[in-house]
Design a protein around this ligand. Structure first.
Ligand code: G6P
Length: 607
């Protein structure tokens, strides 16, 4: 997590850095800071809180510096205070460093540096870096940075400026992403392309272990052995620039409304002649057809999508599927035989635990396939094959349209596997795809009548605790509904398989406790309705997500969120929408910061 931005050129560096940092705030927003080099002197300014607060204080000072680095922080080591905000400096205040990642041996390094007289002013792991550079500065700034990095263990992306070499900015990538933006007489550096879009479309993604020296007129890149590397310049397409809020009050609401478009685009690109198509797939069909087990690994909302995917992969492709949370998967010494396919799912493509899961699988010589949103992200690049979900830029920390895109991709992939494994009749596949194509219209209908979610949100906004339940593919939707609710409205919410409520959680039901029951028309509707009744008879306020016209089921509930009819397989792509709207409206009524919930970040690049 954390966002890094760097600039050298002829513009006011402070303005460029603040613009970039504001676009990187989804990576963390505990504090923000910049280091500016003006006439050879380093000025560091930082604030606890948002980039906008830093911008206010900088405005008064009017720095004219044309070079600098900036940072927006998601706290790991040390509380989110001004003292712990980046940039950090050496004892003389002439070297400044911004860092994303974790230095695992920082305590040992700190003890050594303190023993030779270095004085530390923060609680961060980062502060060892400028001190280490200072200790080696006699080698020249570039070799000093290399020597410092040689002592560091862990994952990091760093940017360094110093009074000793005021014409250059040095960047190093080991484990955490960094992108260089190329301009005419100016160069940029950022944790992700989002920050570079207003300035340039020509970018170079640093590979792991590479470091770069940026001056106004040049960019030199070196590999971990110190040998120069020819920059591989990519041009970003215009779609990547679509990050404006438009008429919506929040990105989350905008992204909820983009879901029909996501499915429509996916249908246009990935359905041809009654078949799902994955033109980019380099894993041979023979290899995919021979897979005996799929292990899905992911975190957060992407893990929930994976749970829906299990249902698809088992029902449609007939392949045994396990779904693991990446932070558990990578440390549980999993049993993985050679016919296992490891399928990783990640919106950002940068989640540290998911990336390590990919590396673990590759280390066991297994095939790795990934469903990723951000192109050229680390997970995409390190997997044998990446399938891009094409959801467009997702800014809201609470993921919505990426979930829908992930589930859509899993559905199409399961149909593809089912076909090449000779399990599915072509007519069945074509029927499923026709139903998939109809989804956007149903989604638009749902989105055009948000009144029920509004009314119910007003009724539950003061709840202390909520439950979400469902069976089969509605169970992951219950988990996702609960996650959306807790992360943006701060109401405690837990998701359970509907049949599990009576094995413990029912003890927590009091008069008026909201219980959201996801029960579209499927083979287990009656069972789920019974569970709703059990909760209601103990005083719960039960809210049903039911199919339009299902009066029998609806009669059990105090409130109903109706969804258009859809085949059982596809209901998760509809039932999730009223739950997203319910969480959104509840959070707005509670006055919460919907797009930037407290303590969270969108791209989790630390373990
Ligand atoms: C963070 C985000 C979630 C996301 C999860 C996994 O927790 O706030 O919205 O679901 O990371 O992220 P990924 O990018 O790997 O899908």
């Amino acid at each position: 997590m954390c966002g890094i931005m760097g600039y050298t050129g002829s513009k006011r560096a402070a303005t460029v850095l603040l613009d970039g940092l504001a676009r990187l705030e989804y990576r963390g927003y505990d504090s923000a800071g910049v280091a500016l080099l003006e006439d050879g002197t380093l000025f560091v300014r930082k604030r606890a809180g948002r980039v906008s607060e830093l911008a206010e204080s900088l405005a008064a000072e009017g720095f004219a510096a044309d070079m600098g680095i900036g940072h927006t922080r998601w706290a790991t080591h040390g509380r989110p205070t001004e003292r712990n905000a980046h940039p950090h400096t050496d004892g003389t205040g002439s070297i400044a460093v911004v860092h994303n990642g974790i230095i695992e041996n920082h305590e040992e390094l700190r003890a050594k540096l303190e023993a030779v007289g270095c004085r530390f002013v923060s609680d961060t792991d980062t502060e060892v870096i400028p001190h280490l550079i200072a200790e080696n500065l006699h080698l020249g700034i570039e070799d000093a940075v290399r020597a410092a990095c040689a002592a560091l263990e862990g994952a990091y992306a760093i940017a360094v400026v110093s009074e000793a070499a005021p014409d250059r900015m040095i960047a190093v990538r080991k484990g955490s992403p960094l992108v260089i933006g190329l301009g005419e007489g100016e160069q940029f550096l950022a944790s992700s392309v989002d920050a570079l879009l207003p300035f340039t479309r020509r970018v170079v993604y640093l590979e792991d272990g590479e470091w770069a020296v940026l001056t106004r007129d040049s960019v030199e890149i070196f590999n971990r052995d110190g040998n120069p590397v020819e920059p591989d310049v990519k041009t970003l397409d215009a779609a990547a620039a679509d990050v404006e809020l438009g008429p919506y009050p929040h990105y989350m609401l905008k992204e909820i409304h983009e879901q029909p478009g996501v499915v429509r685009r996916m249908s246009a690109e990935r359905i041809r002649d009654g078949r799902p198509v994955f033109d980019e797939m380099t894993l041979p069909n023979s290899e995919l057809a021979a897979v005996e087990r799929v292990v899905v690994q992911a975190c957060g909302t992407s893990w929930h999508a994976g749970l829906v995917g299990k249902y698809y992969l088992e029902r449609l492709a007939g392949v045994h599927t396990d779904v693991e949370i990446s932070s558990e998967f990578r440390y549980c010494d999993p049993v993985l035989d050679p016919k296992t396919l490891v399928l990783s799912i990640s919106q950002s493509g940068e989640t540290a635990d998911v990336l390590e899961g990919v590396r673990l699988a590759k280390g066991r010589a297994l095939r790795t396939l990934s469903i990723v949103n951000v192109e050229r992200s680390s997970i995409a690049r390190e997997s044998h094959q990446a399938l891009y979900m094409g959801a467009g830029v997702e800014i809201g920390v609470a993921s919505t349209k990426a979930f829908t895109a992930e589930v859509g991709m899993l559905f199409l992939l399961a149909l593809h596997l089912g076909r090449i494994r000779w399990r599915l009749r072509p007519e069945f596949v074509a029927e499923q795809l026709d139903a998939f194509r109809m989804l956007p219209t149903a989604m638009e209908r749902l989105l055009s009548s948000p009144d029920d979610a509004d009314r119910i949100a007003a009724g539950i906004k003061d709840a202390h605790s909520m439950f979400f339940i469902g069976r089969g593919p509605s169970y992951p939707i219950a988990l996702e509904g609960a996650l959306k609710m807790k992360e943006i409205s701060y109401i405690h919410a837990a998701g359970y398989p509907a049949g599990e409520l009576k094995h413990g959680p029912l003890a927590l039901i009091e008069d008026g406790t909201p219980v959201v029951v996801v029960c579209p028309r499927d083979g287990v509707t009656a069972k789920t309705v019974s569970n709703a009744q059990e909760a209601r008879s103990r005083g719960a306020f039960v809210i049903g997500v039911v199919q339009e016209g299902d009066d029998e089921a609806a009669s059990v509930f105090d409130e109903v969120l109706a969804i258009p009819a859809a085949p059982e397989m596809l209901s998760p792509l509809l039932t999730v929408i009223p739950l997203q709207l319910l969480a959104y409206r509840t959070a707005v009524l509670r006055g919460c910061n919907v797009d930037k919930p407290r303590n969270l970040a969108k791209s989790v690049t630390v373990e």
